[in-house]
Design a protein around this ligand. Sequence first.
Ligand SMILES: [Zn+2]
Length: 188
Amino acid sequence: MDNENICSVCGKPLSRYGNRKLKDGAVCRNCIKPASEWLDDSDYERMSVADFVRHLDYRKENEEKVNSFEPDKTIEGKYTLYLSSTGKDFLFSKRKDYKKSNPDVIAFDDITEINIFEEKYLDTDDVDICFNVKLNNDQIDNIYFRVNEFPGLVRDSKEHQEAIDLAMKYLEGFENEEDMDFEQTEGE
Ligand SMILES: [Zn+2]
């Protein structure tokens, strides 16, 4: 079997779907599972096999951070934001039992910018409300997600307003933490 068809991390054959290309190799669906959900296509394409192995090590270390994480404020949504003023860090999780999904615990100090976007669809007038936290972090440089649960909101509908309100609540949650010093912009 030639190298193009095996996972550069575990050496097993790649499956037809769910693999990711790395800068100098490819990684299989199974090896991707423990990776951060905040990595996007361009992150993978930029990473070497060695970078990805380091990322998996980081993810193991993150498990310990999750276990000692002590949130004192939560803002519930599709993603719930957990803020810890004692640890001066935060995480976003889709799960109520956030410990099970090993969400990345990020220091407030790593935040460089927070943005709320309205993303418009090309073929309709529908929009999504998106939340974006830019980071200066070794492993994750961007947290980006759709705030509304179901894609495609009608502008000025109840759901549209609810998504904006939730995004603003996230933002206020961050702003209310001490020592927060980051650039804040709002845009479309
Ligand atoms: Zn693999």
